[in-house]
Every structure is written in C-alpha cells, then in structure tokens.
Write a protein that binds this ligand. Structure first.
Ligand code: SF4
Ligand code: ZN
Length: 305
C-alpha cells in the first residue's frame, strides 16, 4: 500500500514534518503553510486592517515568499497599503541579480518598490567599507557590518515613509540563530519582537522553519537567486546554523522549544522596561554608544540623514 497524506488521506505525500510526524501532499502542505503564517500574524497581533506595510525584500527565497503572501493577505484589506523596500549594500556580483528579481516581481504584482543604498546613505558601499576597514586595520566581519547597517537603513527608510509596520522574512531558524548569536556575543538586547514603536517590526515566518519556506517557494516556482554572497563564508552565523541544524535533525522540534524559551525571557526583559539610549544618535541601545555609531566612527563615515 502506498503512503497517503496525513491530512487528506488521499494524495501522495511530498513533504515530511519531522517535528510533528505529518507527511503531506502538495496541496495540504501549501494550505497548512499559509494557515500557520496567518495564525502567527494574528497570535502576535502583527497587522491591523488599515496598516501601511513595508516588506524588506532582498530577493532571496524567504523575502520573495513573504512578499507574495502579504500581497495575498493585503488584497483582502482595501484600507491597507503594501510596499517593498530593498537595501542595496553594494556587493559586486551579488546584489545585481537579486535586485533585478525584486524589481520584476514588484512590477508583476503592481507593488511600489523603494531602493536605498549604503553608498547614498553612508557615503560608501559595503565593498568599499571592507576596504576601508582593512586599510585602517579594524577587524569587523563583513556580515556584522552588513547586518547592522542594513537594519539601521531599513528602519530609517521605513520611518521616512511613515510606515506602521515593517515586515522581515526572518524564519524560525533565523530567529533562534540570532538569539544564540546575541547570547554568544554577550548582547542581552535580544531580537526585538513586537513593540508599540512605529514602525512596528514584524516577522510573520517566526513560527515557520526555513526548510518549509524554501519548499513553498519551490512549489510556487518563484524565480530565485543563484549567486551567493562572496562574504558568506566569514559569517559567525554559519557555525550557529550548522550546530542548530544538526541538533534539530537529532531532536526534531528543538527550534520551537528554543524560540518559546527565548520569548519567555524576552517578555520578562520587556517588563523590566529598560530604556537606554545611544549618547551619539539618541536611538535606543543597550550600550552607551550603539553598534551603528561605533562602526561608522571607526570607518570615519557618517550617515547622510
Ligand atoms: Fe551581507 Fe553577509 Fe549576507 Fe553577504 S552573507 S549579504 S555580507 S549578511
Ligand atoms: Zn493532503
């Protein structure tokens, strides 16, 4: 007897969820995938009917999938608005392809698209910043630089556009990795989840494993990027990702458990309500000088905003 999908009991399964034991056919996988994203949005109270929503879209599988899903959801709410934001860090041989994918997707869906670059915002592209750091013999890993400044610029663009909500495509895997990385770096100001500030940062894939986003993107046939960033090898995240992937393979469901544990800690921290600010830019920071100001001053750069 051939295997059948756990849910519909009739079609051929194409995906196994090891943490739940379900084996799912294409249709049931897609249905439960979307259902979970919608449930996540409502559980964390992420969206309201009249929100102006920005989606950070890099052109990778996660952000393109999020854009498609939010586009579908937003169509049901005529008082809301949706637009896409792409940060061009200035990485030769990498960003060009993904940028084109985002431009084409937004055109096809009729979504307004904003592009903002490191070069315009900070006076240097990521490639140039890395050269400067090497000349000055300052050791900052490209991914640290890229991640901190991308987030900073995204928030700046989102604030300028007066967005209510900024959605990023971080998956369950990304979020748990970030919690671990912050812990290993001694940063207690762990991943900001949902707050009252504008724009509110939301992560609709926070309860969805990365593998499932990838499989959904594959089933939908989204055009995905082939180029790999030349700095990816240097990322500390790779070590944490490999460790967590191995752990999850041996103990399915461990990522969900880790997320719930970190969320409990985070809630307690929010209750403490610590509001410290950077003495240079005045933005919220758990340090005296925030990471953005620290990095830019080391490179002798200043934001143009
Ligand atoms: Fe930026 Fe690192 Fe990702 Fe490259 S791999 S885009 S440098 S975070
Ligand atoms: Zn089925």
């Amino acid at each position: 007897m051939s295997l059948k999908c756990t849910i519909c009991k009739s079609s051929k399964p194409v995906f196994k969820r090891f943490y739940s034991g379900e084996i799912l056919c294409e249709k049931c996988f897609s249905k439960t995938f979307i259902k979970r994203v919608v449930r996540t949005i409502s559980h964390y109270n992420m969206l309201h009917f009249n929100d102006k929503i920005g989606v950070a879209v890099s052109g990778g599988k996660d952000s393109l999938t999020l854009l498609h899903i939010l586009y579908k959801i937003e169509k049901r709410f005529p008082h809301s608005q949706l637009l896409a934001i792409t940060i061009d860090e200035g990485i030769k041989g990498y960003r060009e392809e993904s940028l084109k994918i985002v431009i084409d997707t937004c055109k096809k869906l009729g979504i307004k698209h904003m592009i903002s670059s490191f070069k315009e915002a900070y006076g240097a592209s990521l490639d140039e910043m890395i050269e400067i750091s090497q000349e000055k013999k300052i050791y900052i890993s490209p991914c640290t630089l890229c991640g901190i400044l991308r987030r900073h610029l995204l928030f700046h663009v989102a604030k300028n556009l007066n967005l209510d909500v900024l959605a990023t495509a971080h998956t369950l895997d990304d979020i748990v990795q970030t919690y671990f990385l912050n812990m290993l770096r001694g940063d207690i100001n762990i991943f900001r989840k949902v707050s009252d500030e504008k724009p509110k940062l939301i992560t609709p894939f926070r309860l969805t494993p990365e593998k499932e986003v990838a499989f959904y993107a594959y089933l939908k046939g989204y055009y995905l990027q082939h180029a790999i960033c030349k700095y990816a090898y240097s990322s500390a995240r790779n070590f944490v990702r490999n460790f967590l992937n191995q752990y999850e393979a041996n103990y399915p469901g461990a990522l969900f458990t880790a997320l719930h544990t970190f969320e409990k800690v985070e809630i307690n921290k929010i209750r403490e309500n610590k509001k410290e600010k950077c003495i240079i830019c005045g933005e919220k920071s758990s340090r005296k000088i925030c990471r953005v100001c620290e990095i830019l001053s080391k490179l002798d750069l200043k934001p143009n905003f």
